[in-house]
Design a binder for this molecule. Structure first.
Ligand code: COA
Length: 396
């Protein structure tokens, strides 16, 4: 590969300044100065959302107000519900999210002077899980969710709200904790493709909804957010632990990319992987120890339980193989796949969950961009034809 090709995709280019997040030396991750390990251990997703939006960890009273405002946006308007019913059942859930957030912009546009940006930000963040959940319940559970009539809708954490509404029943606390950590890990990652897209749109002085929809579109691809779904598909295609090595070797021989491995910035490991891998193992053990109750309560189907049996072990064999053969390490997406599967989450909802979390980072970056805006408009190196005379249609 030529040196020029290696430098493609703006690799190694500093494209702007931010005070929100740093991947530092390529081995660590900090949000507004706080180490990701500390945040994952001690914080709630809502605290981290506040931090990313406003730059400081909230005091108790700030957090209470923030949560109240955030959670009240879980209640969807009649118009939103009607449109979600019309979004086809076989749509990809990422497209449902894109449509839903875009529709919020039709129903309740941001003011042209951005004076209601805080309100709009919480509306997008609060409504996003409900958009997916409402559409899911209508098309797959034959239910029209009535968020208004449930008190817990206005009280429970994002992690608990998502899992319990999806499953329509209580879920184990360990699942809620795992989801909380996952939302924190996915929340922010400097100038990744979707964040840079959101910032670029914001730099034209476009509105918040447009900037966030742009982020969703960039996140969808398997080289970015879509990698967690692709990693699950890879793992599901490996029938047992014994099949892993020959199947993986075949993929590498065919020059296939293995989704959930490698990173543009990290060189030897992704610090988020260490955290999510632990949670994947914890959930694997928890589910194995509690399989009868999980099936009896309707939280997991026999199929999910069966496919979960050696999922963690298969993942570890893939990880070892990738390191030994290519010196590639798992990124956050790889063990997020098994973690979500262990909680009975359908695979095509993995990337939408990423949206619900990363919207916090996108919003923080859009606010930061707006605070000191300069249109993002780089130059291109021209590699096309030299000057040519126009040729009339009849002479071509
Ligand atoms: N599987 C197999 N080979 C991989 C690989 C993967 N996941 N990631 C990188 N490589 C190989 C490439 O084939 C390439 O090999 P070559 O030099 O022989 O052509 C080399 O490593 C460099 O890869 P490249 O894609 O150019 O690096 P990048 O910095 O542009 O890529 C990613 C970063 C994340 C896009 C890339 O690692 C990838 O596609 N990973 C899978 C998708 C994924 O997990 N995305 C989520 C990221 S958080």
């Amino acid at each position: 590969m030529s040196a020029k090709k290696k430098q493609g995709g703006l690799a190694g280019i500093v494209a702007g300044k931010t005070a929100i997040c740093t991947v530092g030396d390529g081995h660590s991750l900090r949000y507004c100065g706080y180490d990701i390990y500390e945040l994952a251990k001690h914080a709630s997703f809502e605290e981290v959302a506040f931090l990313l939006l406003y730059g400081e960890l909230p005091k108790i009273s700030d957090l209470e107000t923030f949560k109240k405002n955030l959670f009240s946006n879980r209640i969807l308007s009649k118009e939103m519900k009607e449109i979600l019913k019309l979004v086809p059942k076989d749509s990809h859930p990422m497209d449902v999210m894109r449509t839903g957030v875009s529709l919020l912009g039709n129903l309740s546009p941001e003011k042209p002077d951005f004076s209601n940006q805080d309100f709009v930000a919480l509306q997008i963040l609060g409504a996003s899980p409900s958009i997916l959940l409402y559409w899911h319940a209508y098309h797959y559970q034959n239910k029209e969710l009535d968020f208004e009539s449930s008190e817990s809708v206005l009280e429970c954490s994002t992690a608990k709200f998502f899992l319990e509404t999806l499953h329509q029943r209580q879920v184990p606390q360990i699942w809620v904790d795992a989801m909380n950590v996952s939302l924190i890990l996915y929340a922010e990652h400097e100038f990744n493709a979707s964040t840079f897209t959101s910032r670029t749109i914001a730099s034209t002085l476009s509105d918040l909804h447009s900037s966030i929809v742009g982020g969703i579109c960039a996140l969808k691809g398997p080289l970015h957010g879509g990698a967690n779904e692709a990693a699950m598909e890879l793992l599901s295609g490996l029938p047992n632990v014994e099949s892993v090595l020959p199947a993986m070797q075949k993929k590498l021989d065919n020059k296939e990319k293995i989704m959930g491995f490698g990173h543009r910035v990290y060189v030897t490991n992704d610090p988020r992987n260490i955290i999510i891998k632990e949670w994947s193992k914890k959930l694997s053990n928890y589910n194995a120890d509690n399989k009868n109750e999980l099936v009896k309560s309707g939280l997991l189907t026999h199929d999910v339980l069966e496919s979960s049996k050696d999922l963690y072990d298969k993942s570890e064999v893939v990880e070892r193989f990738m390191w030994e053969s290519k010196k590639l390490f798992p990124n956050l997406d790889f063990y997020s796949a098994s973690t979500y599967h262990f909680m009975g989450i359908p695979t095509d909802y993995f990337t939408p969950i990423f949206i619900m979390s990363r919207e916090t980072g996108w919003l923080g970056h859009i606010f930061e961009q707006r605070a000191d805006n300069k249109l993002i408009r780089p130059n291109a190196e021209y590699i096309g034809s030299g000057d040519r005379e126009f040729v009339a249609m009849s002479s071509r």
